[in-house]
Design a protein around this ligand. Structure first.
Ligand SMILES: [Cu+2]
Length: 274
């Protein structure tokens, strides 16, 4: 009887197994997006939402050995996201992958556009374990977002930039710490961090006379190759347009316009709604 009950429990566990169930072991508050497999391993990818979406994605991953279901430590991993468009293939900004806990690895990818019916993203993981090189590739789903959180623009200096909102991911009625990533598009596959720039901020509520807010701080870098940090002051809940101007080190404007009475918004902006 006990056996029957036990096997019934195991069966029911298996039948209700859901990749979106939160995991333990350092994966608290993360949801599995998908696995990318080859003949030897399954690479499990996790984010807070359990999806990849347009903009900045903080990603945790681990490598499961298919022969023994153990997770691999000490892997040296690189990744290459590729968008296959009708006319070209390109990549996007992404970090190096660093170990974050035993057998867990961590990094970010910034998808500057969502997929559509004919154009799709895939992700290649190349990794070395005990001197042996492996690779795995699979299509990934990059969801669109409701509110603009990333800009891919051509600067006045002829350089292409990707500018992504990172924090606040849960905005508050407060002076929020504001974190932004800025990368240069060096070529279709290479997106190094853009250093020494400044991102001027003018948040407005278009639905309420385009009023602004006090005590904002433009985003600057505190260290080379780091994110840009500033303050975004949100005085009430609702829809905010974060009007932006990207400035070069010499103060010249690379992209975006100042907000005035006759020019109510910048062509460079993020949107927040909360
Ligand atoms: Cu694309």
């Amino acid at each position: 009887m006990a056996l029957i009950v036990m096997s019934a429990i195991m069966l029911s566990c298996r039948s209700t197994e859901d990749p979106k169930i939160p995991e333990t072991n350092g994966l608290q508050n993360l949801l599995k997006v998908q696995e990318i497999t080859n003949s030897t391993h399954a690479i499990e990818l996790y984010t807070v939402r359990g999806t990849f979406q347009t903009g900045y994605n903080d990603i945790t991953l681990r490598i499961r050995n298919l022969s023994n279901n153990q997770y691999e430590a000490n892997a040296n991993i690189t990744w290459t996201p590729r968008m296959h468009m009708t006319s070209m293939t390109h990549s996007c900004p992404r970090s190096a992958i660093t170990p974050s806990a035993t057998s867990l690895y961590h990094g970010y990818i910034v998808f500057q556009m969502p997929q559509n019916n004919t154009e799709y993203w895939d992700l290649t993981l190349d990794y070395v374990l005990n001197g042996v090189a492996y690779t795995a590739t699979a299509p990934i789903t990059v969801q669109p977002v409701q509110r603009k959180n990333v800009n891919a623009v051509l600067g006045a200096d002829g350089q292409r930039y990707v500018i992504a909102h990172i924090e606040p991911s849960s905005p508050k009625v407060a002076i929020n710490n504001w974190t932004v990533g800025i990368w240069k598009m060096q070529d279709m596959m290479t997106f190094p961090v853009a250093n020494g720039l400044k991102l001027k901020l003018d948040p407005r509520m278009p639905g309420m006379g385009n009023h602004s807010s006090p005590n904002n701080e433009d985003a600057i870098q505190s260290q080379t190759n780091g994110f840009y940090q500033g303050k975004v002051s949100l005085t009430m809940t609702g829809y905010w347009k974060l009007n932006l101007q990207l400035l070069a080190a010499d103060g010249s404007i690379l992209k975006g316009e100042a907000v005035t009475d006759i020019h109510p918004e910048s062509s460079l902006f993020f949107e927040l709604e909360f």
